[in-house]
Design a protein around this ligand. Structure first.
Ligand code: SF4
Length: 226
């Protein structure tokens, strides 16, 4: 179905044709009048993702992993892509690293069930958990951008090198990126290590805790202003 603008355009022209010529020519609506319909719900975006074949990651996926959580979350958590457990269940961060992430969030009063949304930069599992390639990220990023525009998070927490670099727009490793607050389309963003990296290297626990405490403090400030 066309947009309301294009329907009105057709109606006006058909009426004018009928009055002038006694017949309707049913002129085509100019391209510029045809609005691109943006999905207006998370379900619609998830539906598009489910059918997506825009990059090679669609070939081996068992399930797409669009993300989960609440609208208007305090925090949107963004990782790089689904792993094996996520691929099987179609849900983000449900393996060991995901359970660890839930503990981090719980420690600062956050949960994917009440005040967070959790997603990834790419929605299909990269084979053997390799890094998503730049063309795969480019193909998939519009879905995350649409989700962000819809859910309107107050804050973004990126976990790991890839989502932190992609959303902060900074080309640097996570060790250099973390410790500062960036912005993604006006939304404050704090990068930290990926929970699976911290499971492998316990010395990263302290910097992650520092990042989480700072996130909590900055989030409280935002909430007090509004
Ligand atoms: S990773 Fe993203 S762009 Fe690639 S096929 Fe999956 S949903 Fe489509």
């Amino acid at each position: 179905m066309g947009s309301i603008d294009s329907e009105i355009y057709k109606l006006i022209n058909n009426t004018q044709d009928y009055i002038q010529y006694g017949m309707i020519s049913d002129r085509k609506v100019p391209e510029m009048m045809l609005k691109k319909e943006e999905p207006d719900s998370l379900d619609k975006i998830a539906g598009q993702i489910a059918k997506c074949g825009k990059c090679r990651l669609c070939e081996k996926r068992k399930n797409v992993v669009p993300g989960m959580g609440v609208l208007n979350p305090d925090v949107l958590v963004v990782g790089e892509g689904p792993g094996a457990d996520e691929d099987v269940q179609g849900l983000p961060f449900v393996g060991k690293a995901g359970q660890y992430l839930d503990k981090w969030l719980d420690a600062i009063g956050l949960s994917r069930h009440t005040n967070c949304f959790i997603g990834n930069v790419v929605k299909c599992r990269p084979p053997m958990n390799r890094d998503p390639q730049p063309d795969e990220i480019e193909a998939c990023l519009p879905y995350l951008e649409q989700q962000i525009a819809l859910i309107k998070p107050k804050f973004i927490l990126t976990v790991g090198r890839i989502s932190s670099a992609v959303l902060s727009g900074q080309e640097a490793g996570i060790g250099r990126l973390r410790g500062r607050t960036y912005s993604f389309k006006g939304i404050p963003l704090i990068p930290t290590y990926h929970p699976s990296a911290v499971l492998r290297d316990p010395t990263l626990r302290k910097p992650v805790w520092d990042d989480l405490r700072r996130l909590k403090a900055e989030l409280e400030e935002i909430k007090n202003v509004h």
